[in-house]
Design a protein. Structure first.
Ligand code: PHE
Length: 344
């Protein structure tokens, strides 16, 4: 039994140790050979029981040796490493920040320096915070099933507002509503976060993307403040000499509304694929907060005014790094991600 336990608990660290085991138990001058030699001298009655035990013991040592040998053969590198302690260790693969995180942090830094704080909210939103409070008319096409991932929808039989609908937020403007409802002006905050839209996935569209929206509400906030803030932001992000232009636009929650273009930082206005040969790339939507929205959130629109803006981080990143396929951001392809390693 003493030997049985020894065999059962034997774990060699190297091929050499296993060989020592073989010689000790199974070798031509080994323990088992010795036991069988002694066996010849015992009485015939004893031979019957002892023979069985002896054979079982031999069997045990042989199977153990065979299986350990196979184990060492299939893991040669493990054995080699254990044997040769002078070998260098395995290198660690260095990770890197995701390009979207890099750009998001850069955007946050710029607005932080202007006194904007960061606000966050839930990705699963109700109709009120995502649409109604933001002045979306009941029949606005953006509420349509094609753009919004609804989680639960109130049946038409239910009376009253559509406030019962629950959806994945389609923009982080919902966080603006939450912020205004919960506090008192002045507000100066940016809202980074993931948003969802029911779009077919292609190089130019995805079912989710990332936004940074901003809100500034106080007494006497004007369109001039909006323009200067966003102009400053663009110069910080894309460098001195970048030009901007504002085009009139429409959003239910801002009036007046605009879209802002920047001069293409890739071709410097000469016309390239990135700006579709126009020299300009649209990067954000903005406008003065509609008085209806302020009122919906319990803020006196006679006393306060404000501006808001919203941009897609993917688009800003595309322009910065000349990335032409949105899908790269979510495919986790190490060959893509590795290229941002030095940017940490
Ligand atoms: N919420 C808008 C969007 O998702 C962006 C925006 C924000 C526009 C604030 C104007 C003002 O497209």
């Amino acid at each position: 039994t003493q030997y049985t336990t020894e065999i059962n608990t034997f774990h060699p660290d190297s091929a050499a140790e296993l060989e020592a085991f073989r010689i000790r138990f199974l070798g031509t001058k080994g323990l088992i050979k010795d036991l069988f030699d002694q066996f010849k001298t015992v009485s015939p009655e004893e031979k019957r029981t002892l023979g069985k035990t002896l054979n079982e013991f031999k069997q045990l040592a042989e199977t153990k040796y065979q299986s350990l040998k196979e184990q060492l053969e299939t893991q040669p590198e493990k054995t080699a490493l254990k044997d040769d302690l002078t070998l260098p260790g395995e290198g660690f693969q260095l990770g890197s920040r995701h390009p979207l995180s890099l750009v998001r942090n850069e955007i946050i830094d710029i607005f932080k320096r202007l006194g904007f704080i960061i606000a966050e909210g839930p990705e699963i939103e109700d109709d009120w915070h995502n649409f109604s409070a933001l002045n979306f008319p009941e029949e606005h096409p953006a509420r349509d099933m094609q753009d919004t991932f609804f989680i639960s929808k109130k049946s038409p039989a239910d009376s009253g507002e559509a406030a019962g609908d629950i959806a994945l937020r389609t923009h982080t403007s919902s966080v603006q509503v939450r912020m205004m409802e919960a506090g008192k002006p002045p507000f100066r905050a940016i809202m980074p976060g993931r948003v969802y839209r029911n779009e077919a996935i292609s190089a130019r569209a995805h079912c989710f993307f990332h936004q940074v929206e901003g809100l500034y509400v106080d007494e006497n906030v004007s369109f001039a403040d909006l323009k200067q803030t966003l102009y400053h932001f663009v110069l910080e992000l894309y460098g001195e000499g970048t030009k901007v232009r504002f085009r009139p636009s429409y959003f239910p929650f801002t009036e007046p509304s605009a879209e802002m273009d920047v001069s293409c930082s890739i071709c410097k206005g000469a016309g390239c694929q990135m700006c579709k040969y126009s020299g300009w790339v649209e990067i954000l939507g903005c406008g003065m907060v509609d008085p209806n929205v302020l009122e919906n959130c319990g803020i006196d629109p006679e006393k306060y005014t404000g501006f808001a803006f919203g941009m897609g981080i993917e688009r800003i990143t595309n322009l910065k790094y000349q990335i032409r396929d949105l899908r790269l951001f979510s495919e986790n392809d190490i060959r893509f991600l590795k290229q941002f390693q030095t940017e940490i």
